[in-house]
Design a protein around this ligand. Structure first.
Ligand code: UD1
Ligand code: CA
Length: 455
């Protein structure tokens, strides 16, 4: 059967107390909905429909390139009403898998099992037994163990409150059946909403075969309704990422203090100290060591490169055995060859630095091409911006730039050149020569320091 996945994402998420629609709340740096969409895509369905409503524009804008069927639920009258918005566009012969935008850790393997069950059932739902079921819909079973229905937390009786098997929110059924059941829902309940789980009792009443698949891993079905649950799910997700890193060969100083907000590829044994945040696509070659409190985004670090504490990187490529930081800021299109040393309070952007070169302290290197074995002294700045355009600085192999040098781009320093400390270089400096561009030191004879009047 062709499969349509319907993702419910229209709710405001009142319990979040946030201006951001719930499904845009970040998990590992990406909206909750992005995680659910990823799981849905792994099933390779014929179509994915997203029911959205609260913050509709913001939600659509967050997924501009996705080939999604957007269904608007103008008023949020309940999860059953939400599904009803998507149904008219779904052909009768499709299976419909319903996912919740606020249940992001569900595994696609679990979803596949659920869909497979539809061969021998008319409605399949996912359940789990929780220590603390509060907030969730409870699965009510008959004496012989069959599913009788689902009762929402707001509607439970005293006895039902004690039921620990809950509705994970995920369901699958044929479009034609679902259409009939959804049409039969009423909103006669504590919240005055059309509850999707209400279809279970309607299916049972019809004599349809209702199957419940119970998952063992309670983490998979955690729903996010408030900030505590968001934080809890973030930790569960990060623990899994940390485990993957360790399986790939990373030694983590503390698996609870590494955050992966993207993809980290580890190519061998690496060491990662506490407080590391990885964003986007990061690759760490064998022998890389990351010191405490580093943020590394979209970067590739070569073998044996060491990153000292509090270094921030974005869009960096570093070769073998570089030494970066502490307190370095490396910005997009920074390309460091091998054994490059970048020390404290150095900012680099859009620059290539050749093998063995050193920029050890307090410098800004922007839009520059720096050769091999160049030494850039403390406090050197490439003045690359004239207020309108950026200009390049080129420094040849083996050049030595003294401390406190201003290189006013566009400018070129030849190979083997030496630039005297404190120079302001606005014209090209020739290779293999000493260039000094600073006013001479003078002594002023007879000068007297003014004195304050003592009144
Ligand atoms: C829901 C289930 C509950 C289940 C729990 C699992 C219902 C009535 N209850 O409760 O049985 O145990 O999830 O996490 O279904 N939404 C819409 N339109 C609406 C209302 C909600 O799109 O009109 C979306 C929300 O954005 C959310 C999802 O549906 O992504 C679930 O809604 P929520 O209000 O969080 O339901 P729960 O109270 O958690
Ligand atoms: Ca929920």
């Amino acid at each position: 059967m062709p499969l349509t996945v319907v993702i419910l994402a229209a709710g405001k998420g009142k319990r979040m107390r946030s201006n951001l629609p719930k499904v845009l709340q970040p998990l590992a740096g990406r909206p909750l909905l992005a995680h659910v969409l990823e799981r849905a895509r792994e099933l390779e369905p014929s179509a994915i429909a997203v029911v959205h409503g609260h913050g509709a524009e913001a939600v659509r804008e967050a997924f501009p390139d996705e080939v999604l069927g957007w269904c608007l639920q103008a008023e949020q009258l309940g999860t059953g009403h939400a599904v009803a918005q998507a149904l008219p566009d779904i052909p009768d012969d499709h299976d419909v898998l319903i996912l919740f935008g606020d249940v992001p850790l569900i595994r696609s393997e679990t979803l596949r099992n659920l869909c497979a069950k539809l061969k021998s059932a008319d409605l399949v739902l996912l359940t789990v037994t929780l220590k603390d079921p509060s907030g969730y819909g409870r699965i009510v079973r008959t004496a012989d163990g069959g599913v009788a229905g689902i009762v929402e937390h707001a509607d439970v009786t005293h006895e039902e409150r004690l039921i620990r098997e809950i509705n994970a929110g995920v369901m699958v059924a044929a479009a034609r059946d679902l259409r009939r059941w959804i049409a039969g829902l009423s909103n006669d309940n504590a919240q005055g909403e059309y509850y999707l789980p209400g279809v279970v009792a309607l299916a049972v009443a019809e004599g349809a075969r209702v199957a419940a698949v119970e998952v063992d891993d309670t983490d998979e079905v955690l729903g996010i309704n408030d900030k505590s649950q968001l934080a809890e799910v973030e930790r569960v997700h990060q623990r899994a990422r940390a485990r993957e890193l360790m399986e790939a060969g990373a030694t983590l100083a503390d698996p609870a203090r590494v955050d992966v907000r993207g993809e980290v590829t580890v190519e061998g044994e690496v060491f990662i100290d506490v407080g590391a945040v990885f964003e986007g696509d990061v690759t760490l070659a064998a022998g890389v060591r990351i010191g405490p409190n580093c943020t590394i985004r979209d970067s590739r670090l070569g073998p044996d490169t060491v990153v000292h504490p509090n270094t921030v990187m974005d869009g960096v490529t570093a070769g073998r055995a570089c030494e970066l930081g502490p307190f370095a800021r490396l910005r997009p299109r920074t390309e460091l060859a091998e054994r490059v040393k970048v020390g404290n309070f150095v900012e680099i952007k859009n620059s290539q630095v050749g093998s063995g070169s050193k920029i050890s302290h307090l410098s800004y290197v922007g839009d520059a091409t720096v050769g091999r074995d160049v030494n850039i002294g403390a406090g050197t700045i490439t003045a690359n911006y004239d207020g309108a355009a950026k200009h390049r600085t080129t420094i040849g192999d083996g050049a030595a730039i003294g401390s406190g040098v201003m290189l006013i781009a566009p400018v070129e320093v030849g190979a083997g050149a030496t630039i005297g400390a404190g120079s302001t270089i606005s014209k090209d400096a020739p290779a293999d020569r000493l260039t000094v561009a600073r006013s001479r030191q003078v002594e002023v004879p007879g000068w007297q320091r003014p004195e304050k009047n003592s009144r």
